[in-house]
Design a protein around this ligand. Structure first.
Ligand code: PGA
Length: 251
C-alpha cells in the first residue's frame, strides 16, 4: 500500500514572514492528518519555515539544488548547505527549471546522483509539453526523462525518489489532465520503472500528479489507482486551498 504524498511547491512566492505564517497555519490544520506532506519554499524562506513547522511531520524541501559540492558557482546552493539547516528533500527537474533555466535531462541526472550521494530525498519532475503530447510523443518524452534522469541510480536508492508527473501544459494554466489521462501516464511511468528496476520498486514508487490541482479536482485525481499524491503550485499558497487537497488524500 502506497502512502499518499501531497507536496506544495511555493515557487517564487511568499516572503519569509508570509511563508512562516502559512506554515504555522498548516501545522495547526493538519495536526493528526495521516498524509505525508511536504512544502517547498524559496531558499531564503527555508529557515523561517523550518522553525514554523518544528515538532510537526511536515517536510520542508528545497525547490532546486546544485549538482556541485562547493566552489565558485555564483548563485548556487549546495546539498551540504541545505542539510546544515535541516533540509533533506529537494525538487529536481521542475519544468520551469527545464524551460527557463535550460536544465537538460543530463544535468538533472547529475543533480539526482549528487543529491542521492549526499543522502537526500528527491521529488523528480517529468512531463510533456502540449506540442509533444499532440504529436504523439508522450511515452517517448517520459521514457527519455526517466531513463536519462535516473542513469546510474541504484535500485536500493529508488525508495528515496518520488516522481511528479506534471504535463507542462497543465501547470499554472487552469487546464488539468483528465483523471484518465493522468492515470494512463502514471501507469506508463510505473511500467517503465518496472522495466528498469523490477516489479517491487515499481509497485512501491510514489507518483504524484501536478498541474492545476485544486480542491475541486483533487479527489477525482487522487482516487485513481496509479496517482499516489500531488505536487501543487498555485493552490499550495493558502491553507484554505491546500488543506482540503491534503484531506482528499485520506478518502
Ligand atoms: P500549479 O503548479 O499547481 O500551479 O499548476 C504545479 C507545479 O508546477 O508543481
Amino acid at each position: 500500500m502506497r502512502k499518499p504524498y501531497i507536496a506544495g511547491n511555493w515557487k517564487m512566492n511568499l516572503t519569509p514572514s508570509e511563508g512562516a505564517k502559512l506554515a504555522k497555519e498548516l501545522v495547526s490544520e493538519l495536526k493528526g492528518v495521516d498524509v505525508k506532506v511536504m512544502i517547498a519554499p524559496s531558499f531564503v524562506c527555508l529557515p523561517a519555515v523550518i522553525a514554523a513547522v518544528k515538532g510537526s511531520n511536515i517536510i520542508v524541501a528545497a525547490q532546486n539544488v546544485s549538482d556541485k559540492e562547493s566552489g565558485a558557482y555564483t548563485g548556487e546552493v549546495s546539498c551540504q548547505m541545505l542539510k546544515d539547516i535541516g533540509v533533506n528533500d529537494v525538487i529536481i527537474g521542475h519544468s520551469e527549471r527545464r524551460t527557463y533555466y535550460g536544465e537538460t535531462d543530463e544535468w538533472i541526472n547529475k543533480k539526482v546522483l549528487f543529491a542521492l550521494s549526499q543522502g537526500m530525498n528527491i521529488d523528480l519532475c517529468i512531463g510533456e509539453t502540449l506540442k509533444q503530447r499532440q504529436s504523439g510523443e508522450l511515452e517517448q518524452v517520459l521514457s527519455r526523462q526517466i531513463k536519462v534522469g535516473l542513469e546510474g541510480v541504484a535500485a536500493s536508492d529508488m525508495s528515496r525518489i518520488t516522481f511528479a508527473y506534471e504535463p507542462v501544459w497543465a501547470i499554472g494554466t487552469g487546464m488539468t489532465a483528465t483523471a484518465d489521462d493522468a492515470d494512463n501516464a502514471h501507469a506508463y511511468i510505473r511500467k517503465l520503472i518496472g522495466s528498469l528496476y523490477g516489479k517491487d520498486v515499481a509497485e512501491n514508487a510514489i507518483i504524484q500528479y501536478g498541474g492545476s490541482v485544486k480542491p475541486s479536482n483533487a479527489k477525482e485525481l487522487l482516487a485513481r489507482e496509479n496517482i499516489d499524491g500531488a505536487l501543487i503550485g498555485g493552490a499550495s499558497l493558502t491553507a484554505e486551498k491546500f488543506v482540503p487537497i491534503v484531506k482528499c488524500a485520506l478518502e
